[in-house]
Design a protein around this ligand. Sequence first.
Ligand code: SER
Length: 857
Amino acid sequence: MTHLELREKFKEFFKSKNHFIEKSSSLIPIDDPSLLFTTAGMLQFKPYYAGIKKAPYTRAASIQKCFRLSDLENIGKTARHHTFFEMFGNFCFMGDYFKKEAIEFAWEFSTQVIKLPIERIYVSIYEKDDDAFKIWNEHIGIPKEKIVRLGKKDNFWGPAGDSGACGPCSELYIDMGEEKGCGKPDCFVGCDCERYLEFWNLVFNEFFQDVEGNLSPLKNVGIDTGMGLERLCYIIQGVESNYQTDVMKPIVDAIIKKLNVKYEDKNKTKINLIADHLRALVFVLAEGCVPSNEGRGYVLRRLLRRALKTANDLGHKGAFLNELTGAVINVYKDIYDYLPKEEENIKRILKEEENKFISTISAGMNKLYSVIEENKESKVISGKDAFMLFDTYGLPLDITEEEAADHGFTVDKAGFEEAMEEQKKRSRGTGEDKKSKFGYVENYETKYVGEEKDNLVNGVKAKIIAVYKENIVIVTDVSPFYGEMGGQVGDNGHLETSSKETIKVIDTQKKENTIIHILDNNNHAFNAGEEVTLFVNADRRNAIRKNHTATHILQRVLELTLGSHVNQAGSFVCEDYLRFDFTHPDSIPEETLINVENQVNEVVFKSMPAVIKYMPKEEAIAAGAKALFGEKYPDTVRILDIGNGFSVELCGGSHLTNTSEVGYFHIVSEGSVASGVRRIEAITGLKAAKEATVLFNKVKNLSSILNANKIDELTVKAENLQNEVKKLQKEIKQLKTSGASANSFIDKFEDLNGIRFYNLEFNEDIKEVRLYADTIKERVKDSIAIMISKTDTSNSILVQITGNALKEKKLSANNIIKDIIAVSGGRGGGKDTFAQGSIENTEKAKEEINKLKSKWL
Ligand code: SER
């Protein structure tokens, strides 16, 4: 049976049992910041079990794309583990059915639909679950010797992420034959070896586990089952492992062909690992993630580097993964129709990342070998070294660990994490520090009323509810001030007391629902309950709004221009400019950047409406709003819709009501901030218009200086000028080494028995002095030249020996310079013929030179 047929049979079966066939959700969990990836089929249904959300059906089944890192060490080595895999599952909410039906369904599908041989099936149950035992034994008829009771570690599942539904489980196993076993006398269900293969996990959700690990009974019990698609194919297709099933074999075969290796025992683990990682890379990249040094991006990087290192072990040197994406996509193109559309992008990202690593791998591995050599005694690679290998040489920790293990070494992982944490702390922006500064402010509910125009114009009456730091920090019941959040800076402005005293508000922060005003206040003592009127600096806010709405337009234009992999990686909006960080693997050519700027301005000039709407989260996501990157969102979300669907983004910030209010948009800079992340800084409104005028005038000035009539001519003229400068520089160099300037020093020597001794000092840069030394070398056969360069910024020295001074007197420039520096201070060295360095005290150097000279007479 092919995997395609198996998929159909599974769906048909559960449809006939009244299950709604749900689509696989994304590999990136939308609403669960505690998980990087979707690790199980139940993940998209988590809120239904917990009763946080009402399920639209009571039964569902799915074939879910999953990704797990928990089995990383086993990948390739065993027949059955993967990072990316697909999971068949049936699910039940609101207590519609429970253990008995779940077991019946699993049994019927296994024995009647796909006809697995009953005599080879075994089951495990949670050790205390007598109900499950009874159902298997009395109702289904499995003999008690084939039912194994296991502890919490094996037969209690969940929660996925930091909290959620969980409960005891029961697993179905199949005996793959004695020859697959470990041969130990107690080898049975639950053994780690390859004989008893677990293929279906039935979880009986009874509890909710909170983030602290406390269990409480669920209001409604639920069912969550999971069965690995690849494992089932392995069992049914009678092949030697998951890697030889019709899902994975085409990928394995493509690798064998490309690397020109045989699929024989000594290579299998490695080839399997590459196949697993290649498939996972294609799927995760297709979801818009890009390699980086954090989070999902780092997982991608690790997989790619591990695959390349493994190919390297198989004797393959260059990039190759990017050439094999077709092998993966071909298997899945009819199931996940978005894959072919993403292929070009995936290839490009892989290629760039592969090349990046290949250029560093040999340096990294060499450094690792020297670290191994240096620590032969302890046989431990310190956390600091492991981090240095990662940070400076790009070697992922698992590569270091694997190589270390091959040499009988261990790696201090805790030390590595510590070093990583240290670095993160160092590189964190000031934003967090600022927030943590207000830890002393208690939580209040301040009503934010700062989006209504009238409130900005007329001010808002508010009551003081808390005062801190000697009347400098205040909290009020209502406020039109926007507290710094979501990348938008906090407002400033002023307040008026009832006695008409004016006090400046210099910044606004937000902590939960508390708006915190920071004042420039020397005199006024506030009382709780006191009434004040709050006035936001409306001009500044307007400038901020322009930049914020422009950021949304820019994001959409970037998606349209560069591709759907563009995701926000950071954003900052203030009155002066906007900064937008986004995922994109390559540098952006200048023409593309100009095109982006033009497109943003087109949207500005089209005067599109910009409307704030509130809608259910699902609806917002369906309309195109991106809710990735592990943020937690409420059920009803606030969105900004620009141009009736042109750009729909979740946002809590302040915006314009029409794009024309941006006025004018201008990109000031573009560059890379981290691997795979680019940053654009831009300005808007009057500031952008003024900047354009300044630039225009500069061009005009330049044109008149260069005598250019048109802009195109200006470029040509500037280029010509540059070429001319280069030509002149060359000529100057020639002149300096030619006779004209040599005449000034070539005769200034002392004769040391036929050897010319030059003891010269120049107020010129050492680069020039080297040219003079070249002249001596060219013109004088036997010479010793010691030349000092003394400029305002540095003192340098060179020593050059030619001809007989070298051969007969056996002088060495390197020794001479070392002798001089030992007295004068400085650093330097070189060869017998030539040495160069810096000196601290030129007078002392000269004395030493004279002393040395007397030895050469
Ligand atoms: N959630 C369980 C698992 O992942 C069953 O689907 O094994």
